[in-house]
Design a protein around this ligand. Sequence first.
Ligand code: G3H
Ligand code: 13P
Ligand code: ZN
Length: 333
Amino acid sequence: MALATLRQVLDEAAKGVYGVGAFNVNNMEQVQAIMEAASETKSPIILQASRGARKYAGDQYLFDLMTSAARQNPDIPVVIHQDHGSKEACLSAIELGFTSVMMDGSLMEDNKTPNSFEANVEVTKAVVEIAHARGVSVEGELGVIGGIEDGHGMGGIGGMLTDPDQAVEFVERTGVDALAVAIGTSHGAYKFSSKPDRAVLVMDRIIEIHKRLPNTHLVMHGSSSMPQELRETINQFGGNLKPSWGVPVEEIQLGIQHGVRKINVDTDIRLAMTAAVRKLLAETPEAFDPRDYLKEARSAAKEMIAKRMQDFGQAGHAGDYTPISLSEMQGRY
Ligand code: G3H
Ligand code: 13P
Ligand code: ZN
């Protein structure tokens, strides 16, 4: 088994100037799709579970699925990461054996109200102390990325962009391994009402933050590109998704040239799987075995993820280094 920490994988990505996709998982087919894509493209990977995913699948069940995938693919460095954790979720993830956590202190407990800078620093620093003592990496977030609570961020800058001065202070005071920045993206299927320009997808903000924090690994959330053909397929076979645009891959690639090392993708996997299931069931009305349509969904997810691994540049880098254990990592903080 080649479990790796986020710190190590992103340090390697910085050396090679590439990005690593962090793909969300909720079930066996998604874990398998990511592992198959990683194995085919020889990519290090980040498997990430949200609080919702852990609730859906069950904590131990989901953790076992991820570690089982890592055990079966010993040549692939695998990070097991908590996506958008509260302090409580981060601590329970560490107990379960996750190698990395995101302490999302950008919003208050209600998941709606922006947190104060001081409160964000305080909770993130507390998680960093506990996590680093166990060798576990921590991603923090500053600014507010739109759409997390309502899945609706249409129109671009719905959240609060990350302030570069605050970013410097936040990283210094918390000791995070990676920083999620808000640059106008949002979570879910409704991001931008037309192809985003630099006024709504503020790539300059990344460039500015990277200049100030050249040694900090930056994270782009809400980074699904939302291929139009997936929405069209979903709608062709009975769905009803409104038009929306995602983050163009070229913009992510520009970010990678300026310090972006982790790219979060969930919605594209959801769209790819839903399009495949709708198509299969519409074209094969006699089908009733879940394996028939889940196989299609898994394969569509795998194709999409393998493409992103090529786009982000992580393809071919799985064998560049030997993952170090959590206990070895402890000594490095
Ligand atoms: O952060 C957003 C991810 O897409 C996870 O979404 O909370 O619905 O699992 P979720
Ligand atoms: P998308 O909704 O754009 O896939 O973003 C996922 C994400 O940021 C998970 O943390
Ligand atoms: Zn996110």
